[in-house]
Write a protein that binds this ligand. Structure first.
Ligand code: DAH
Length: 341
């Protein structure tokens, strides 16, 4: 009596269980799947199968073939893996009881400050938006009321890409897209990395972080702007911080302001971090220019808004007393280790 399919399957698994080396697997393959192999041999029984069951029988044999093939393959892979692990174990030895000498990981100070400011604004109803680092001229300049050849473009030394796009020079570059995405009323902040082709010193870097914020609604005025800025700063510093507001020019706001913070490194006496002025420009801001609102599809008869561009990198420096901005991008673990949290 010929062997049944079930018996053959059971027999195969028994053999597979006993095989450990590469040659044994090869032998199994020939024995079961070769031309004269046992699974192939099942087809010889075809004559004994009722004609209307033959198709089904053929399919079952083929399924068994696949099963045998993949089971062998799986065992070969497992054997390889075992061999590899044994080799590693033979060459490397770990003493799990040795102290590592490595300190706990830490968040970057900018990440810490960013999260803190995000939480503060989120609690005041602002949504947090993400935006690209590569943008086009329209979003970075034109939509912000900075037309081509406008002298204000000289304020920002831009890195242009060969395809005509550019690395965003400020987070304001997202204003237009976010206005278009949500319409008014709107409260949003959008942190991001910015790039400028600047020579670096203790307070300038070519890569830095900002956090832009916009609030658009009916009857928004400068007093709303001042309220939100004050609340944010006193939350971040957990004390009264000396700030000053002075007029500043930015084409996308009217009126525009510079919000300066008394330098926390020197206590306002003057040092390289604040260019010896005792003050640090922290958060330029202003009332959004109607041209910018219009470009964002906002009805200027009904809505006004304020915008600010918080220097996150500077804020981190002030909060943690970091004297040189270049330390923040240096990847120096010694200085970053202090921020374990
Ligand atoms: N985008 C400006 C810059 O990086 C900063 C800025 C100024 C942002 C005034 C604003 C603003 O939102 O109202 O130079």
């Amino acid at each position: 009596m010929a062997i049944t399919m079930e018996e053959l399957r059971a027999q195969f698994y028994e053999h597979l269980q006993q095989a450990h080396a590469q040659e044994a697997f090869e032998e199994l393959r020939v024995r079961y799947l070769g031309k004269k192999g046992e699974v192939t041999g099942l087809l010889k029984n075809m004559g004994a199968i009722a004609p209307d069951k033959r198709k089904e029988y053929g399919q079952m044999v083929n399924a068994l073939k696949d099963e045998v093939e993949s089971s062998i393959k799986k065992r070969i892979e497992e054997a390889h893996q075992r061999e590899l692990e044994m080799r590693i174990a033979a060459t490397e030895r770990y003493d799990l009881t040795l102290p590592s000498g490595l300190s706990e990981g830490s968040y970057h100070p900018i990440t810490l400050v960013q999260r803190e400011v995000e939480q503060i604004f989120a609690s005041m109803g602002f949504t947090i938006e993400d935006y690209d680092e590569i943008v086009d001229d329209y979003h970075c300049f034109e939509a912000l009321n900075i037309p081509k050849h406008h002298p204000a473009r000289d304020m920002q030394d831009t890195y242009y890409l060969s395809n005509g796009q550019l690395l965003k020079t400020h987070t304001s570059a997202a204003q237009n897209a976010i206005m278009r995405k949500y319409g008014a009323p709107l409260r949003a902040i959008f942190p991001g990395r910015c790039f400028r082709n600047e020579s670096t010193d203790a307070c300038h870097e070519n890569t830095f972080f900002q956090m832009e914020g916009i609030m658009i609604d009916e009857n928004i005025s400068i007093s709303n702007l001042i309220y939100f800025m004050k609340t944010m700063l006193s939350e971040v510093f957990q004390r009264d911080v000396k700030v000053r507001l002075r007029p500043g020019f930015f084409p996308f706001v009217e009126p525009g302001f510079e919000l300066d913070i008394s330098c926390a490194i020197c206590g306002g006496k003057g040092c390289p971090s604040c260019k010896n002025s005792g003050w640090l420009e922290l958060c330029p801001c202003g009332m959004i220019h109607p041209n910018v609102l219009k470009a964002g599809g906002i009805d200027t008869d009904k809505y006004t808004g304020f915008a600010f561009g918080l220097g996150l990198t500077r804020l981190a420096m002030m909060k943690y007393g970091i004297k040189d901005i270049r330390d923040l991008n240096s990847g120096n673990l010694k200085s970053l280790d202090q921020f374990v949290k």
